[in-house]
Design a protein around this ligand. Structure first.
Ligand code: TYD
Length: 201
């Protein structure tokens, strides 16, 4: 089983990822998690450049390819081997994040990013991607110090939210939106009711 969680920054993804891991462990599953960009030596180096290096100019195409390079390494080194061992993989962001974040840069169309993603991942997509959705002001109130991507402002964040919802509408088999308003437990229950269907099938 391969799941990913995504959404704009500040929706509570990391908290819900932990809850989801515990639920799978209670079912007796061996779970591994990973975050993007990162979770491999190469990926963590790329993460530093993408998120914390404010000096190096990075064009949006280069940016997209760097995220993809991190992902390619992650798939080869971590995700495929774990799935082959029969483990459950829960990813903190995956290909959809590149489609949305780099697609909203205004220079790349989303179909091209899905295409590059197919090469980067060898065609490996999650059984389900859950998009946590929150109004912008609620998500913003949960943000800490902004990284390079988070510093792009409200218009970009609004475009991201719309694009996450549009992608989910275009690919309902692959992507499900969950309302991230309310308490941690309420959101966790909503996520589980979506995930349960996949577990049972
Ligand atoms: P995030 O999951 O928010 O990390 P953290 O919780 O540690 O801040 O991801 C970091 C940022 O990277 C986030 O602003 C979204 C961005 N991002 C992309 O622009 N494209 C991608 O393909 C991925 C995976 C992330």
């Amino acid at each position: 089983m391969f799941l990913s969680l995504d959404g704009i920054d500040g929706v509570g993804k990391s908290t819900q990822l932990k809850v989801l891991v515990e639920k799978f462990q209670h079912l007796g599953c061996e779970v591994i998690t990973c975050r993007e960009p990162g979770s491999t030596q190469l990926g963590e180096s790329i993460r530093e450049i993408l998120l914390n290096d404010w000096e190096t100019p990075i064009d949006v195409v280069s940016e997209m390819l760097l995220y993809m390079a991190s992902r390619a390494q992650l798939v080869q080194e971590v995700i495929r081997p774990a799935l082959e061992r029969g483990q459950t993989v829960i990813a903190d962001r995956y290909l959809l994040a590149s489609v949305v974040y780099q697609g909203c840069g205004g220079k790349l169309d989303t179909d091209s990013i899905w295409d590059v993603g197919r090469v980067a991942t060898g065609g490996l997509l999650p059984d389900l991607t859950i998009v946590l959705d929150l109004p912008l002001d609620e998500a913003a109130s949960r943000l800490g110090e902004p990284d390079r991507i988070e510093s792009r402002g409200d218009a970009y964040r609004e475009a991201l939210r719309k694009e996450f919802l549009a992608e989910a509408e275009n690919r309902p088999e692959q992507i499900q939106v969950v309302d991230a308003r309310g308490t941690k437990d309420e959101v966790a229950d909503r996520i589980w009711s979506v995930v349960e269907k996949i577990v049972e099938s």
